[in-house]
Design a protein around this ligand. Structure first.
Ligand SMILES: [Zn+2]
Length: 144
């Protein structure tokens, strides 16, 4: 599991906007992967491009695209809710979807097949966490 400490060591303080250029990119989502609710240009960590390409491809090929109702953010410099450490969103390596139905601590409405599209592509799912489930949340399983 990727921790905020690992990200701090790799990319530095996320509140320092000068660091952003090292790891963030404005990704033009390829037209064959265009999914209605996903922005055509996604500001995310460079390490996200390949796994997201895989995840979107999986969603399309396996027929789970319709389950994707809302895109609820990727890059957002903030602390984890109720905690002092930074969220992995602070470095753009996490994505939230269908947030209205999958809030922190809530039971997930996402199907196993939908989740697998992401976990097969290199993401950990917040719905699998034991302490506080966050089923809207997918984050990179590695940054090495
Ligand atoms: Zn999240």
């Amino acid at each position: 599991m990727v921790t905020s400490k690992m990200c701090l060591e790799k990319w530095g303080d996320p509140t320092n906007r000068k660091n952003e250029g090292k790891y963030m990119t404005l990704w033009d989502v390829p037209t064959h992967l265009e999914i209605g609710v996903i922005p055509k240009r996604l500001y995310c960590n460079k390490l996200m491009v390949e796994p997201l390409t895989k995840a979107f491809t999986n969603l399309i090929q396996r027929g789970f695209v319709k389950e994707l109702k809302t895109f609820d953010g990727c890059f957002n410099v903030r602390k984890k809710r109720g905690l002092s450490s930074f969220s992995l969103h602070a470095w753009g390596i996490a994505i939230d979807v269908n947030a209205a139905w999958n809030g922190l601590g809530q039971k997930s409405t996402l199907s196993k097949g939908f989740v697998k599209c992401f976990t097969d592509a290199g993401f950990n799912w917040g719905g699998n966490w034991t302490s506080r489930v966050d089923p809207m949340h997918f984050e990179l399983s590695t940054i090495s």
